[in-house]
Design a protein around this ligand. Structure first.
Ligand code: SME
Length: 170
């Protein structure tokens, strides 16, 4: 594989962050080029994000199941995590229920937050919707309070759009 992943993006200023997300988008395109398998692509994307984006302690997917209002752990990087999350629970459940991005500046203030890792202080969860159907949520945790802003949400949305387009979903 000729892909050379960036190991730590500079997100120290708003301008640097904008550039960083452009680079993440370009890296997502190159990384997934020529491969449409959902499991491989989601695993690669989680690894790319976890390696490149600063101040994360977890990055990965919870998969939606057609027959249940429950998410099941998918490809991720970070510490071992809870396997099943009901749509009625936690930040991931709120995202799955509403199909809306959830940006939580302080996880301790979010009713029902599920603490897979006690180090987590803030969280961003984005829906992965394919053809109008929820297929997964992409969950990011940080040990820093208020780590994520709407700029991060937009950056990840753009990268996830590339992932959705470049992947065959089962
Ligand atoms: N904190 C999440 C659970 C998943 S872990 O963070 C990996 C939640 O409240 O849904």
């Amino acid at each position: 594989m000729s892909f050379d992943p960036i190991s730590s993006l500079d997100m120290s200023t708003p301008a640097a962050k904008q550039e960083a997300y452009k680079l993440l988008l370009a890296q997502t395109e190159s990384l997934l080029h020529g491969e449409r398998d959902w499991l491989a692509n989601l695993a690669q994307f989680a690894a790319l994000v976890y390696g490149a984006v600063p101040d994360l302690n977890w990055a990965g997917f919870y998969m939606a199941r057609a027959d249940a209002e429950e998410l099941v752990l998918g490809p991720f990087q970070g510490k071992v995590a809870c396997v099943r999350i009901a749509f009625s629970r936690g930040v991931c459940g709120a995202c799955a229920r509403s199909q809306q991005m959830q940006l939580v500046e302080d996880v301790h203030a979010f009713p029902g937050h599920i603490a897979c890792d006690a180090a987590s202080r803030s969280e961003l969860v984005l829906p992965v919707v394919v053809g109008g159907k929820l297929r997964a949520v992409f969950d990011l945790d940080s040990p820093l309070p208020a780590r994520f802003t709407s700029d991060d949400a937009r950056g990840f949305e753009a990268a996830l759009a590339v992932l959705v387009e470049g992947t065959d979903w089962p």
